[in-house]
Design a protein around this ligand. Structure first.
Ligand SMILES: Nc1ncnc2c1ncn2[C@@H]1O[C@H](COP(=O)(O)OP(=O)(O)O)[C@@H](O)[C@H]1O
Ligand SMILES: C[C@@](O)(CCOP(=O)(O)O)CC(=O)O
Ligand SMILES: [Mg+2]
Length: 349
């Protein structure tokens, strides 16, 4: 029996400014964090005890070089397959993750038998981009063993993808995010793929080099929520109040641009550092106010905001809101930015 295993790992993220507005064309700033999702795929042949994916009614020929959107018809076939699995109500949000897996697997690798294991250090559905880390690590693992990636498997440990390979993985991951988010901006899969800190607008990324020590504390309200529903809610508010919402998105665009300028400009002395910190604090406060106007805050988020304000610290929700996580600025507790995006390793046994 031949067994080839590949493992890919992709980070979660924080959005420093611009969530939701980025879906409507505004600039946003995001950074990768050092919490990862890993996907392990063991391709097997000649064994009976293997997982077999039977999705033949989708009549899909794999074509890894051209990322495809999952059609409504295919999504329905996948949904009816999942119905047979009787996923318990408490875990129903995972159905989107399973559908995404089935789509990406069959579209990239066809019906090859394999065993796939996914593990994540990220809280699921909390605003730290678990869906994107899942889509990126899965697409990465699936493409790592295709003719479209030339990874150097003779190296021990994690190996990086070439830029053109990352571009392909990122496009597939975006197709996966569409199944989970409905209408993603692409910022989460992009920062998870390339790592570091990025500015993102209408599908275009600019890599940022930070000149200020970015220290953020992440608080999890542990209130569950669903990105797809929150993103749809903002779009509905935009239909009801197009001009007011356009003004909010414009304001967010200015905040993100100012924030990335401050982050990138070197500070000449201690006074300049303090001034920058004060400005960033204010921008975070303003962004949170605008997110409240978009209708994506939550009582649990407001409680954390009030608590931190007592100590003169500013917080904002990060990700889709409605619960989930907040960022608190300029606290001595640092988050470790992940300089790495997607990486993979492979071996045969
Ligand atoms: N490790 C994982 N395994 C299976 N599904 C996952 C995994 N990580 C994320 N998902 C899918 O992504 C969903 C959460 O995505 P989302 O609501 O966008 O929140 P976030 O991306 O902030 O964590 C989960 O409900 C699940 O469908
Ligand atoms: C709300 C949004 O801006 C970010 C969502 O992030 P998360 O899934 O909550 O981690 C949506 C998007 O940009 O696709
Ligand atoms: Mg998500």
């Amino acid at each position: 029996m031949v067994k080839i295993e590949v493992r890919a790992r992709a980070p979660g993220k924080i959005i420093l400014s611009g969530e939701h507005a980025v879906v409507h064309g505004s600039t946003a700033v995001a950074a990768a964090i050092n919490l990862y999702t890993s996907v392990n795929i063991a391709f097997t042949s000649g064994s009976d005890d293997m997982l077999k994916l039977e999705l033949k009614d989708m009549e899909l020929e794999p074509s890894p070089s051209t990322p495809l959107t999952c059609s409504t018809g295919s999504l329905k076939s996948i949904a009816s397959l999942l119905e047979e699995k009787n996923i318990p109500e408490a875990k129903i949000t995972l159905a989107a993750g399973v559908s995404t897996f089935l789509w990406l697997y069959t579209a990239i690798q066809g019906y090859k038998p394999a065993t796939v294991a996914v593990t994540s250090e990220l809280p699921l559905g909390a605003g730290l981009g678990s869906s994107a880390a899942y889509c990126v690590s899965l697409s990465g693992a699936l493409l790592a063993f295709s003719e479209y990636c030339e990874l150097d498997y003779s190296q021990q440990g994690w190996v990086s993808f070439k830029n053109s390979e990352l571009d392909l993985v990122n496009k597939w991951a975006f197709e996966g995010e569409k199944i989970i988010h409905g209408r993603p901006s692409g910022i989460d899969n992009t920062v998870s793929t390339y790592g570091n800190m990025i500015q993102f607008r209408s599908g275009e990324l600019t890599r940022l080099k930070s000149n200020v020590p970015l220290k953020m504390l992440i608080t999890n309200t542990k209130v569950g929520r669903n990105t797809k529903a929150l993103v749809a809610g903002v779009s509905e508010r935009k239909v009801r109040h197009p001009e007011a919402m356009a003004s909010l998105f414009n304001a967010v665009d200015s905040i993100s641009k100012e924030l990335s300028d401050i982050i990138q400009t070197p500070a000449s002395d201690e006074i300049a550092v303090t001034e920058k910190e004060e400005k960033l604090k204010e921008l975070i406060e303003m962004n949170q106010g605008l997110l409240q106007c978009m209708g994506v805050s939550h009582a649990s988020i407001e409680t954390v905001l009030r608590t931190t304000l007592r100590y003169n610290l500013c917080s904002k929700l990060t990700g889709a809101g409605g619960g989930g996580c907040l960022l608190r600025s300029w606290n001595p507790v640092a988050f470790n930015a992940s300089s790495l995006g997607l990486v993979a390793m492979a071996w045969s046994i």
